[in-house]
Design a protein around this ligand. Structure first.
Ligand code: MG
Length: 223
């Protein structure tokens, strides 16, 4: 079983499931030529896809177009079902930054055929995750920046205030249908600027306050 770390907490936390939002930034929906959804769209990644700081993304030979998607990530601390909107953020243990690595060609082929995305989104090393920062140290999760540099050049940069569905709404919505458990991780969706990665690339993602103070970061390379 794969685990993640919450800064200041002694033991690693086992990840039960990974839930990923799709089309949660208007500009990214536009670049993918998709409509903004009326309710949250989500899919699952298996926890076996997790890698951590300093580890390597392995490009599956089945794909010729593996892309990065930088996203704010949410670690569930206290599980629940039918969680109310007003108390939803109380279920969050911490926030981090992650990469939703995507086999874009395989995903588009699956979309066109009406088939699942499991291979495109769930392959080994498809879920690089940073250390999580406790909520008390983060402040307002709607006032954070996420950024991704590839080989030192900025590729994606946005603010969490542009999320179409905010974190409390995501938690309230999903928990109507899928029980959330301690150790679940939510990827909140990517902003515009997704692009292909290649062998030898270095990817550096950060979650920071709007004043530039870095809360947590993640550096991984492509094998
Ligand atoms: Mg994504």
């Amino acid at each position: 079983m794969k685990s993640v770390t919450l800064r200041g907490s002694g033991e690693p936390i086992l990840v039960q499931k990974i839930i990923c939002l799709g089309q949660n930034y208007a500009e990214h929906a536009k670049e993918m030529k998709l409509d903004v959804p009326a309710s949250p769209v989500f899919f699952l990644k298996p926890p076996s896809a997790i890698i951590h700081q300093g580890e390597q993304i392995v490009l599956p030979s089945i794909s010729a177009n593996v892309q990065h998607e930088v996203e704010m990530t949410v670690l569930i601390g206290e599980g629940g079902k039918n969680i109310h909107l007003y108390s939803a953020l109380n279920h969050v243990a911490g926030y981090g930054v992650g990469l939703d690595m995507t086999l874009r060609d395989i995903q588009l082929e699956a979309k066109n055929k009406g088939l699942p995305w499991s291979l495109a989104k769930g392959f080994d090393t498809a879920a690089p995750l940073s250390e999580f920062i406790p909520t008390a140290l983060v402040g307002d999760p709607r006032a954070l920046n996420i950024q991704l540099h590839v080989n030192g050049k900025i590729r994606q940069s946005s603010s969490t205030n542009k999320l179409i569905f905010s974190i409390d709404k995501i938690i309230a919505y999903i928990s109507q249908f899928i029980t959330l458990e301690r150790g679940d991780v939510i990827y909140t969706g990517t902003p515009e600027g997704v692009s292909r990665v290649d062998h030898g690339d270095t990817l550096e993602a950060v979650l920071q306050h709007v004043d530039g103070h870095v809360l947590t970061s993640l550096s991984v390379s492509v094998q």
